[in-house]
Design a binder for this molecule. Structure first.
Ligand SMILES: [Zn+2]
Length: 468
């Protein structure tokens, strides 16, 4: 009898405790291909005035909504070149039941211009405001659908390296060649059951179709997702990570089944790349191990990033870059956010950095194209003799403070501010690094030489902040 009372006491005390955090996850996807015909659709990523003639394959938005029972996180990947913070803020105003939203662009160079830089001329925006509104509405709906689809789940995480699937076209050669794959299964599901969904994260510009293509496509991302979808019969979400420095699919040597080299600018190569990447993801999934993704600790910092790039300022004045700029007062977290159109004085753009700790998984989410050097702690040391700022301190690497069992990066997360270049690898002035005759590509598409430090230091501080 005494024993029974004890057991009853134990039962009642455990039922009084807060429920253990339990992961639940839901997936959803939607076609976000632009409508062709009525007005020109300017394609993003290369030169101006590249108008779309056809939809070759759909570009997609893919949502993964996760909860630990207390906090809810929505991760959305869009097959676009970039998506600005003001649009993400519009979405958030209408989004209910989500504690944090990340919209990360895959950085597709074969889709519509959603940034502005690729219109009919360098002085005309290529953005169709109606289309951008449609994306906002689609993301709101998609997150709602994925939230409703959430079911208790378990996760397995694995990774695989594929340096052969990245060309680094800017010296020094540093590749972030790790593909991370997460498989979600319904809690207590049979071993043979199909997964709830698969999330993969890889680091490369989707631009295999190159600069002459005029057919809208998701490039290798679409083919990789199809490959995995076919194999697992479940939703697949692809996220872009480190793409600066510059990680590209161009010049990656791939052959067809006859052993012939595949050329850039062909769908055949984009498809072969997608399948090859799908196989790398398979390898990562085969190597995956059980991962605890609860509880959640979601940390976000809104910051002001100084804009020193004269071209960006010009584009702002011309209305090509249509987003607010703020008075820059040497503070990344000003007390007063004063909007300004006067770009003759120091200005900045508002953006945000997130550190998402999901149990054993650490996620860094950065608002642009970060160089692998800054993620992996491989900034050139000592710097090259030609560097513009050889004495610049090395930025704190994103991955160094992350002590979780698993890590992952989301690039172009909630913004696209261009390249984050290590300051001591900044090379706009003569003499050029590595004895090159001209400067390497990169600086022209960066807010400035101090951007990387602002981003990396903000992230470091987020990781060091006490747990809320
Ligand atoms: Zn890029």
């Amino acid at each position: 009898m005494k024993r029974l009372v004890c057991m009853l006491l134990l039962l009642s005390s455990s039922s009084l405790q807060a429920a253990e955090p339990q992961l639940a996850v839901g997936f959803a996807e939607a076609d976000i291909s632009p409508t062709l015909g009525k007005k020109p659709v300017y394609m993003a990523g290369f030169g101006t005035n590249r108008t779309a003639t056809k939809i070759h394959d759909p570009i997609m938005a893919r949502a993964v909504v996760l909860t630990d029972g207390t906090k809810t996180l929505a991760l959305v990947a869009v097959d676009l070149v970039g998506f600005f913070l003001p649009q993400v803020e519009n979405i958030r105003k209408e989004l209910k039941g989500v504690d944090h939203l990340i919209v990360s662009s895959t950085h597709n160079h074969e889709g519509p211009d959603t940034v502005g830089l690729w219109g009919a001329s360098p002085f005309q925006s290529g953005v169709d405001a109606e289309y951008v509104k449609r994306i906002e509405q689609t993301v709101i709906k998609l997150v709602g659908t994925a939230t409703k689809a959430m079911v208790p789940a378990t996760a397995k995480i694995g990774s695989a390296h594929a340096p052969e699937l990245i060309t680094d076209n800017r010296l020094p050669v540093v590749k972030h060649d790790e593909l991370v794959a997460i498989r979600f299964d319904a809690l207590n599901s049979a071993k043979s059951a199909k997964p709830l969904g698969v999330l993969i994260q890889w680091n490369c510009h989707p631009e295999t179709l190159d600069d002459k293509n005029r057919e809208i496509t998701a490039d290798f991302v679409g083919y990789a997702a199809s490959h995995l979808k076919k194999k697992h019969d479940c939703p697949v979400a692809y996220f872009t990570g480190t793409v600066g420095g510059l990680m590209t699919s161009l010049k990656v040597p791939l052959k067809n089944t006859k052993g012939e080299n595949l050329n850039d600018g062909t769908f055949e190569k984009a498809e072969a790349f997608g399948h090859a990447l799908g196989q790398v993801a398979e390898k990562a999934l085969t190597a995956s191990v059980d991962a605890t993704l609860v509880p959640f600790d979601l940390r976000v910092q809104t910051i002001l990033v100084p804009v020193e790039n004269g071209l960006y300022k010009l584009a702002k004045t011309a209305g090509v870059l249509n987003r607010p700029m703020y008075v820059w007062t040497d503070s990344t977290t000003p007390k007063d956010w004063k909007e300004t159109v006067d770009v003759t004085k120091p200005v900045g753009v508002k953006t945000e950095v997130s550190y998402l700790k999901l149990g054993e998984l650490d996620i860094a989410a950065v608002p642009g194209e970060i160089y692998p050097e800054l993620v992996l702690g491989k900034v050139q040391d000592p710097p090259d003799a030609g560097a513009d700022f050889p004495d610049a301190p090395i930025e704190p690497a994103l991955y160094s403070p992350l002590k979780g069992k698993f890590k992952m990066i989301l690039g172009l997360a909630n913004d696209e501010l261009g390249y984050f270049i290590p300051k001591r690898q900044w090379d706009a002035e003569k003499p050029y690094c590595y004895k090159l005759k001209s400067s390497q590509y990169g600086e022209v598409n960066s807010c400035g030489p101090d951007t990387a430090m602002v981003i990396c230091d903000t992230f470091r501080k987020l990781t060091e902040a006490p747990k809320k």
